[in-house]
Design a binder for this molecule. Sequence first.
Ligand SMILES: Cc1cc2nc3c(=O)[nH]c(=O)nc-3n(C[C@H](O)[C@H](O)[C@H](O)COP(=O)(O)OP(=O)(O)OC[C@H]3O[C@@H](n4cnc5c(N)ncnc54)[C@H](O)[C@@H]3O)c2cc1C
Length: 431
Amino acid sequence: MIQIDHQRCGYCGSCISVCPVEALSLSDAYLTVAERCTSCGRCVAACPVTALSLPEAQAGPATPLRHHYDVVVVGAGPAGSTAARYAAQAGLSVLLVDRRQEIGAPVQCAEGVAYEQLRPFVEPDPRWISATIRKASISCAGMPGLSASSEASGAQGCVLERRVFDRALAELAVDAGARCVVKTQATGLLLEGGAVRGVRLEGLGGRQEVAARIVVAADGVGSLLGRWAGLPTRLPPRDLMTCAQYLMAGIDIDPECTYYYLDETIAPGGYAWIFPKGQGRANVGLGVQSDLAEMPPVEYLNRFVERYRFLAQGSPVCLIVGGVPVSRPLERPIADGLMVVGDAARQVDPLTGGGIANGMTAGRLAAEVAVEAVEARDTSAAFLARYGQRWSQSLGRKMERNYAFRQRFPVGQRASERFMQIFAMAVSSSK
Ligand SMILES: Cc1cc2nc3c(=O)[nH]c(=O)nc-3n(C[C@H](O)[C@H](O)[C@H](O)COP(=O)(O)OP(=O)(O)OC[C@H]3O[C@@H](n4cnc5c(N)ncnc54)[C@H](O)[C@@H]3O)c2cc1C
C-alpha cells in the first residue's frame, strides 16, 4: 500500500483524481488509503509535496546539523511570531517554524482583544479587524437583575480576523530578518547534557536537525517542547477550558457589543460568549471546565444556540474547537537553552481565557532576554531566569491574582455579584 506522510499532505485531492481503484479518500484534512490500493504509483507522481511514497521507499536519515541559528522559535502564533520579530530586529539569526500549512488557520479563538493591548506591538490594521467593540454585556442568564454592562466613550477593543492577523505577525518577523518555514513540525529537542541545543524538524524540507543557541517554545496549549525539556507543563483537567464555537451568519446583534453569559447550566465552570464580526456574523462559543462537563462542549454549544431565538435564527458557517489553559502560569518557564512563551507557558488570563496579548508580551520579553543571553554568551537557565522574572513583574502577578479569584469562587459561587464585578474588570482590561 501507498504510504502517507500526514505532516506533508496538503489535502489537495490531486492523488484521488488519478487513482484507478478509488483507494484514496479525503475527509476534510485527513487522507486515508484503503487496502485495495495496488501501489501503482500514479498518486505519488501527482502529489505536489511528496507526501505519498511507494511501500519500499525508506525514510532517509536526518540531515545532520545543516543550519545553526541564534534562536529557533517553534510555533508561529502571536507569542512565537512576536518573539521571532523582536529577536531578529535586534540582529539575531532567527528561524520561525510552524507545523501548519497556513499560519493562523484553522482559527482556534474568539478573536477578542483590547486596542490598548495591541498598540505596543502593532498599529490596528483594517485588514485584520472584523469589528470594533465599544460595549460589553455580562449576564447571569436565569438570574434576572444580575447583569452588568459597560459602555466606554471610545473604541475599547476589537474582534480580530486571526487568520490574517497571525500571518501579518509572522510577516513582520520575516520583514525584521527572521526565516520562516511552514508545514514543518518540531519532533524533538537536541539535548547536550540536559541543555537544549536545537530542535529536530520534520516536514517539507525532510528530516533535519537544527542547532540553536536558544529555542523558544511557542507551541500553544498542546505544547510538548517544555515537557521534552523536563518542565511540568501537564494540566490537571480542572485547569483546562475546553471550547466549541461557531462562526455564525445571519444573526441580529449589536455589532459593537460583546456578550458574556455566566451560567453553570450553559457552560459549567466557564462561560459563553457572542463576539460580533460585522455583517450579521458573530463568534458564538463557550468554554467548559473539562472535569465538570457532562457532555461534549459542542453539545452545550448547540443547546446555547437553541436557547436564544436570535441565535437560532442564524446558521453556523464554521466550527471551531480548542482548549484554553486556565492554570497558573508556569513557575519557571525556562530550562538551559529554552524559554517557553504564550499558551505553552500557560500565560493566559485564567478568568477570561484571553491569551493573545499576554503571549505577545511574553514573546517580546523572551526576545529581549535572548539578545542579552547571546551577547553574554550565557544561555543557562540561571541567565534565562530573568525572562521569568520580567514576565512576573509585567503580567504574571495579575494572572496569579486572577487564578486565585477563580479558586476563591468555586462553581456555584460564580453567579454572584462579586464574581461578576471581578469578571467585568478582567473583561474590560482585555477587550
Ligand atoms: C475557543 C477559543 C477562544 C479564544 N478566545 C480568545 C479571545 O477572544 N481573546 C484572546 O486573547 N484569546 C483567546 N483565546 C486564547 C488564544 O487563542 C491563545 O491564548 C493564543 O492563540 C495563544 O497564542 P500562542 O502563540 O501562545 O499559541 P497559538 O496561537 O496556539 O500558536 C501555537 C502555534 O504552534 C504551532 N505548533 C504547535 N506544535 C508545533 C510543533 N511541534 N512544531 C511546529 N509548530 C507547532 C501551531 O501550529 C500554532 O500555530 C481563545 C482560545 C480558544 C481555544
